[in-house]
Design a protein around this ligand. Sequence first.
Ligand SMILES: Nc1nc2c(ncn2[C@@H]2O[C@H](COP(=O)(O)OP(=O)(O)OP(=O)(O)O)[C@@H](O)[C@H]2O)c(=O)[nH]1
Ligand SMILES: [Mg+2]
Length: 457
Amino acid sequence: MSPYDAADTIAAISTPIGEAGIGIVRLSGPAAQTIARRIFRPHPTWQSHRLYLGRVVDPQGEIIDEVLLSFMRAPHTYTREDVVEINCHSGYGVLRRILDLALAQGARLARPGEFTLRAFLSGRLDLTQAEAVLEVIHSRTETNLKVAAAHLHGALGRRIGQVRQDLLDLLARVEAALDFPEEAGELPTAPLRAGLEAQAGALEALDATYEAGRLLKEGLLAVIAGRPNVGKSSLLNRLLDLERAIVTEIPGTTRDLIEESITLGGVVVRFSDTAGLRPAQDRVEELGIARTRERLQQADLVLYLVEAGSPLTGEDDAALAALAGRPGLLVINKIDLAPDLPDAAFPQFEAWPRLAISAKTGQGLAALKQAIVDQALGGGLKVQGEMITQARHHRHLAQGLDCLGRARELLDGGQEPPWELVALELVAAIRELGEITGEEVGEAILDRIFGQFCLGK
Ligand SMILES: Nc1nc2c(ncn2[C@@H]2O[C@H](COP(=O)(O)OP(=O)(O)OP(=O)(O)O)[C@@H](O)[C@H]2O)c(=O)[nH]1
Ligand SMILES: [Mg+2]
């Protein structure tokens, strides 16, 4: 039996497990109505897309819960199959009993993401939309949700589908010339070349949104580093508006990574407060500093803290040399004590914007937050409906672009281009785009994508 056998009727608890006002058990498949009728009283004639008040009862007639049941007849449902949703009280005992009754009456427990998988397999959603379901669920900011919602609406799938269709048209012309050289006549290279360029341009423009899209989806890791006692933990606390990390006047207070997230400019920023950089004085500190260095390697943005009034040391120089070429901000803290650093002290930091703050008084914090957003997103986040947020999409776009690049090289090569090879590159590019939208995608990939979903979605 294929794992995607739609003859099964599947059931799952679709709401989080916990005590709450309402929980939902969902059924989808050909027997959804039959199964629901066996466990629900009374028995009206069910009309599609109506809600029914009644009780779930077990085979002995014992009442399990008073519920609202909705029945939605195929094909106008999430899965395009018959769907029943039972809204009951949300306690694990109740939800579990109702699910067990449905299973006992012939439903099979749904795998994670199987409802959405069915929506995809039935053609109701393309793969970008199915992936967007997860994006919507995981959205933590308004901006993130905006893009995810546009993807769920099909904006990205349509854009990629359009390019794919145009490439299919180009391919048809090449193949006609290959198959029927007499009728098709000589293939004009120039318009083909122009067509390829236009499609490659469209894909490049899409792929260029990935950097911002990835940050939007995954958030940004900003690592606060610097020598001991410069005020790293104070800055973290100030940013969070919470006494999260221990602050003392003793250098070497923070030994481990302390991480918390906030939203800045529509992006979730994860701040990592770290152990101060200096020659370690004991084993614990040594391990802490090793973690600092490791986290610095992963940072999307470094906030390097120094103290106003005191010049940079060899420790700072070494740390900053190791971070050369990385995105970062030089943050001069404690300006309530001294005006700034002596300018001569940091000729090597020109690449990084320099900001003066006081973690103690809050001075300069708004500008710092703005600088973090600007620096990370290159002047702010340009949000659009067709934005690449998934590594998977980025990978297939890049591979598709490689194929189109090779096809263009073949066209430029000599007198008569090797048309068979051009066609092969086109086919490969079309396949890459089909992997994104799901027209050409293997079971293993589907398993991986839908395996990330929660049960009941
Ligand atoms: N006046 C003043 N004092 C500050 C400021 N920021 C931090 N301090 C003080 O500096 C000392 C060290 O602050 P921390 O935040 O613990 O410094 P840290 O960089 O986390 O230090 P380690 O964890 O040891 O690496 C504390 O006494 C703070 O109160 C500031 O902006 N102005
Ligand atoms: Mg600290």
